[in-house]
Design a protein around this ligand. Structure first.
Ligand code: NOJ
Length: 914
């Protein structure tokens, strides 16, 4: 391929591997290495991950080419990069702005055990005794030979809990090291119940004794602070230091292990080595700690994207440019979801729904778990408990609410169950190693699994969601895909045998981690099929993989009702969100066990700021709907949920931004303040977008918390609007049960809807409040994105508004001109004219709240609209801020309130305070 360096690499046993290195437009380097003549097809994960991505190679300059080295220089994200390839031993060194940022095979861990048949000779590394007649061997050599024979045998037919893995292509494996010189911190590699900044697993600082394992599993009561594999995997890691962020993504779906090791110094000075042949001279010094990562997968090939940064935001953009942008959810999907295993029947559903209204608590979706089905046959209903499912859904829908039913991937083996029977007859099932339909156990007993690797399998699955197929489903019904790791109760480690076979002849071992994501994808496609591509899908999945964000949301699986589980949900979600899957959440209250009331309250307070906000509980737990705990608890939970509903305009805008550039909705403080080293390990607080900093209370009886507010910004207590005067040291905040510390960053404009309705969709015509928090210079900025919250008309007809809001020099201005000019229409459709869009989507602003301004200095407030010469005077007032438990200093705090400024979002206007 043009713009690619290619080479053939030979292993010590003479097996040939094709190597290619290319620079991609959009900020990435791609390194591929695969066996030239494998005995079977190699599964190309990239074909799915990079589907629909325009891959354009970027030109580079050859700056050195000798028998020893090849070096190229290229520009990416306006930064000069150099890649030096050392031929023998093979090694690559990448530098950016003359500073080394990434090396490959610096430690010589590159290892590629090729595919081979059982009777073919094993690869040699020189340590095996040469073939010889046993009589000539010493005793030691004989023992060694015997041992090797034993090992070789085990390497073929591996047995696990009495189950044999036949390994028809031999004991394959791939390993290599990637190193980040001068980078102490690395992040990513979900899913683990572990810290945000990855803990070293090797070397003197090792905190775990095993590498991080990536192999999607159904885990019962998972352990915390552990590198064990959980339900989802994204082989993505980002290294970050004060001046640079760089990401790596290995497109491989096999079982994987990653070791992380911190080392003093900057490795073996790759940069200095490069100076010999690269025409750059000054290599700036970086932190004296480096991180080495050792990646090992059971099979597949090497296909790695190096995402060139240079900031965390740029890495998120690059990651989702290549692996797919997060789908824009419907507005209802970002409201509150009420789930439990199980709501018993239609009466129970009606009662729960009615209680939300009686207790004045907003919610959007009621969920039904596996017990709603006819004998765990998905797409069916228990006829006794749910005789009128369509009426039940419609009763919710008239209140603007939705329902979700669970649809798992295992299909009950039953010829009377059409989904299972047809899938079998059409040959769409996963096969066992002998080529027959794989038979395993799950909830319904003996089950089959659709092969989602097969496009026909996905198509068949998608069609099951048509209203004519899924009897009793209506347009307000959405889907939950659980158990899709896949969970197989009688399989090795509760999943599928690795030698099961998929479409294309691929063994399960090669595709395991992508399987669930492909079910997720087929389900989302099903929602599109049933609505003729008009209704945005909502599908929650438990298993996930690279690119899951294209299909919907995920949750962190079966957590437990303990404080530790509440605490770990923050780093877990930061990691998942930073790995591209920005729509994620943890079950509120903890799935297993019964939370104490204070734990439940604290959980709601925190989770109201998670991207996906759902309460869920195990079938054996006590009921715990928000009104069951009496006062003041019900009110505190109500307020936590209402707090989320008020900021839905802001949150929806964040989801839209995420859809544009992959920015995590819930993100680390480091992501927002990448130059502030104090933020690199913060995982007990987080940001929602760039405006709100939340420090949840995640331990029992905590009466105050210490909050680090990066001193480069001005901060306001969001609960009281008081300005924090001194952020040089952490701020101590009192935390009675009804308080969760939330801070608003100066320089932000936060759009809210202060009237809270029963469900998100019912408020779409309500006016906005703009909370304007001024920075040191007395300025602030914000955005507000609006569309119909459900369809694709924003894409097909350009029916959306992006209002750019800016406060500067006492003037608040709003413009959407740039947006209206650049918006387009898809599929040859016509862009809806601006007046019509404004008519349906342009709501008025009912209030401005300006923080950080002395009201005494304001004499008049005047609004001016485009095309009007004279402005209109507006009413304004000054309000004193209630000071609550924050060290604001002695200065009197006031906010300026401007009531009913008579402006619409989407129009051009300015409001002048003078
Ligand atoms: C396991 C899921 O993780 C849990 O959320 C669900 O309630 C049960 N399966 C039953 O479907």
């Amino acid at each position: 391929m043009k713009g690619t360096l290619s080479a053939s690499v030979s292993s010590s046993s003479g097996v040939l591997f094709a190597l290619s290195v290319g620079v991609l437009d959009g900020g990435a380097l791609r390194v591929q290495m695969r066996e030239e003549n494998p005995i079977g097809n190699l599964y190309q994960v990239a074909n799915v991950v990079l589907e629909n991505v325009e891959l354009k190679s970027k030109p580079f300059k050859l700056v050195q080419s000798s028998s020893e080295y090849t070096a190229i220089a290229f520009n990416s994200t306006d930064i000069e990069h150099t890649l030096a390839i050392h031929h023998r031993p093979f090694r690559m060194d990448l530098s950016s702005r003359n500073t080394p940022i990434w090396t490959f095979n610096e430690h010589g861990y590159l290892h590629y055990e090729h595919q081979r048949l059982k009777d073919s000779p094993p690869p040699t590394d020189g340590s095996e005794p040469a073939q010889s007649n046993d009589e000539t061997l010493s005793e030691d050599e004989k023992t060694k030979k015997q041992l090797l024979e034993e090992i070789k045998k085990d390497m073929w037919d591996e047995s696990f809990s009495g189950k044999i893995d036949s390994k028809p292509k031999g004991p394959t494996s791939i390993g290599f090291d990637m190193n980040f010189p001068g980078f102490k911190h690395t992040y990513g590699l979900p899913q683990h119940a572990s810290s945000y900044s990855l803990k070293p697993t090797r070397g003197s600082e090792a905190q775990y004794s095993e590498p991080y394992r990536l192999y999607n599993f159904d885990v019962f009561e998972y352990e915390l602070d552990n590198p064990m594999a959980l339900y989802g995997s994204v082989p993505f890691l980002m290294a970050h230091r004060k001046d640079y962020s760089v990401g790596v993504l290995w497109m491989n779906a096999a079982e994987m292990w990653v070791d992380v090791e911190r080392k003093a110094g900057r490795g073996s000075s790759p940069a200095l080595q490069m100076q010999d042949y690269v025409p750059f001279s000054t290599i700036s010094q970086t932190s004296a700690t480096s991180t080495t990562t050792h990646w090992m997968a059971e099979s597949g090939s090497i296909d790695v994207l190096i995402l060139l940064g240079p900031t965390p935001a740029a890495v998120s953009d690059q990651l989702t440019r290549f692996s797919g942008r997060p789908a824009l959810p419907q507005l209802f999907a970002i409201g509150y979801h009420q789930c439990r295993w199980n709501y018993l029947d239609e009466q129970d559903v009606a009662d729960v729904d009615a209680n939300f209204d009686q207790f004045d608590i907003p919610y959007d979706v009621l969920w039904l778990d596996i017990e709603h089905t006819d004998g765990k046959r998905y797409f069916t209903w228990d006829k006794v408990k749910f005789p009128n499912p369509a009426d039940m859904q419609n009763d919710l829908a008239v209140k603007g609410r939705k329902m979700v039913t669970i649809i798992d991937p295992h299909l009950k083996q039953d010829d009377g169950y059409p989904v299972s029977k047809k899938a079998k007859d059409l040959g769409l099932l996963v096969k066992n190693s002998g080529g027959s339909d794989f038979d395993g156990w799950c909830w319904p007993g003996s089950s089959f699994w659709i092969d989602y690797l097969n496009p026909e399998g996905r198509k068949f699955w998608a069609e099951q969601f048509k209203y004519t197929n899924y009897q009793g489903s209506t347009p307000s019904l959405y889907t939950w895909n659980d158990m899709n790791e896949p969970s197989v109760f009688n399989g090795p480690e509760i999943t599928m045998p690795k030698d099961n076979l998929h479409h294309g002849g691929f063994e399960h071992r090669e595709v395991h981690n992508i399987y669930g994501a492909l079910q997720h994808r087929a389900t989302a496609e099903g929602h599109l099929v049933r609505s003729d591509n008009t209704d945005r899908p909502f599908v929650l999945s438990r298993a996930f993989f690279i690119g899951t964000q294209k299909y919907g949301a995920i949750w962190t699986g079966d957590n437990t009702a303990t404080w530790d589980h509440l605490a770990v949900s923050v780093p877990m979600l930061l990691t998942i969100g930073g790995s591209g899957i920005t729509f994620c959440g943890a079950d509120v209250g903890g799935f297993f066990g019964n939370p104490d009331t204070d734990l439940l309250v604290r959980w709601y307070q925190m989770a109201a700021f998670q991207p996906f906000f759902r309460a869920h509980a195990h079938i054996d737990t006590k009921r715990r709907e928000p009104w069951l705990f009496g006062e003041p608890f019900t009110s505190t939970i109500r307020e936590a949920i209402r707090r989320r509903y008020r900021i839905l305009p802001y949150l929806y805008t964040l989801f839209w931004e995420s859809n544009q550039n992959g920015a995590p909705v819930m993100r680390s403080i480091m992501h927002e303040f990448p130059e502030d080293e104090n933020t690199f390990e913060i995982e007990d607080a987080f940001m929602l977008g760039s405006a709100l900093l939340i420090h949840p209370v995640v331990a029992k009886d905590v009466t105050s918390v210490s909050v680090y507010l990066p001193p480069s910004a001005v901060w306001y207590n969001y609960n009281t609007f008081a300005r924090i005067s001194n952020t040089a040291s952490p701020v101590q905040v009192e935390t009675p049960l009804d308080v969760i510390p939330i801070f608003l960053k100066g320089g932000s404009i936060l759009p809210r809807r202060d009237r809270v309705r029963r469900a998100a969709g019912l408020g779409v015509h309500d006016p906005y409040t703009l909370v304007i928090a001024l920075d040191k210079a007395g300025s602030a900025k914000g955005k507000l994105y609006v569309d119909d919250g459900k369809s694709y008309r924003h894409e097909t007809h350009g029916e959306s508004i992006v209002a750019d809001l800016e406060f500067q020099g006492g003037v608040l201005s709003s413009t959407s001109r740039a947006w209206f000019e650049k918006r387009g229409a898809a599929d040859g459709k016509v862009v809806t004219d601006q007046a019509t869009v404004l008519e349906s989507l342009g709501n008025r602003v009912e209030r401005l709240v300006i923080l950080g301004m002395k009201a005494s200095g304001v004499k008049s407030v005047v609004v001016k609209k485009a095309g009007e010469t004279a402005g209109k005077r507006l009413e304004f007032s000054e309000e004193e801020v209630v000071l609550e438990g924050v060290d604001e200093g002695s200065a009197k705090q006031t906010v300026v309130i401007v009531k009913d400024p008579k402006v619409l979002i989407g129009e051009e206007w300015s409001i002048v305070l003078s």
